[in-house]
Design a protein around this ligand. Structure first.
Ligand code: PEP
Length: 244
């Protein structure tokens, strides 16, 4: 049985004042709640709400060294994180992260016992060209290293065109990709590992659409951007997941 996961990605948002939103988050016992705040807030976030898991939004592939402005997996753990996002589409676009780089970052995360939430998803042009499953298969193969397990890896399917746009794929489109992901994972890692890896949907999830998305085949939770910034909104998503 996969434990459901409601994950929030605060991106480049949040200061000391925002911590009150964290304190107001519900943490139902039957699901995991994760917030990935900016790095500056990770250690303070742990004091604001000790029932939520914390994650980084990125980590460098190296353990330490001359990489000005970057953060290592070890530093995230030191700050109180137990998860890290790797390969978010904004990292792929803004920082030119390739599947190989994402795989190296995922390995760096695992080396520090962080759970990697590996993000993949097609662009609108790829969806319209009918190549979604091909793109997803390539990203999955290239971004998730060999040693993936149900404990160290979560996959987030985030269509690039649905992130921050208010556009959401149909439930059939979400089910098609999630079923495909489960079967690709099974081919590569075997049924037992594949059955344990949690698959999140991400892209304009809100309290109003969460219930139907969580009822969709092979959706084990959500990665949420905008609607994770306000406790009222994220609590709506958390409640929908807890009762799914
Ligand atoms: C995200 O950034 O991962 C995301 C899904 O954003 P939003 O929920 O705002 O679309």
């Amino acid at each position: 049985m996969r434990r459901k996961l409601a994950a929030g990605n605060w991106k480049m948002n949040g200061t000391e004042a925002t911590l009150s939103e964290l304190a107001a988050l519900q943490t139902p016992a039957e699901i995991d709640v994760l917030i990935c705040p900016p790095n500056t807030l990770i250690s303070r976030a742990a004091s604001a709400n000790d029932k939520i898991a914390l994650g980084g939004q990125d980590c460098h592939r190296a353990q330490s060294g001359a990489h000005t402005g970057d953060i290592s997996a070890e530093m995230l753990v030191d700050a109180g994180a137990s998860y890290v996002l790797t390969g978010h589409s904004e990292r792929r676009t803004d920082h030119g992260e390739t599947n190989e780089i994402v795989a190296a970052k995922t390995r760096a995360a695992w080396s520090q016992n962080l759970v990697a939430v590996v993000c993949i998803g097609e662009t609108l042009a790829e969806r319209e060209a009918g190549t979604t499953l091909e793109v997803i298969a390539q990203q999955l193969a290239g971004s998730v290293p060999e040693d993936a397990t149900a404990q160290n890896t979560v996959i987030a399917y985030e269509p690039v065109w649905a992130i921050g746009t208010g556009l959401v794929p149909t439930l059939e489109q979400i089910a098609e990709v999630h079923d495909f992901l489960r079967s690709e994972l099974s081919k590569r890692f075997g049924a037992e590992i594949a059955e344990g890896i949690r698959l999140l949907y991400g892209g304009s999830v809100k309290p109003s659409n969460a219930e139907s998305i969580f009822a969709t085949s092979n959706v084990d939770g959500a990665l949420v951007g905008g609607a994770s910034l306000k406790a009222d909104d994220f609590n709506g998503i958390i409640s929908a997941l807890a009762s799914a």
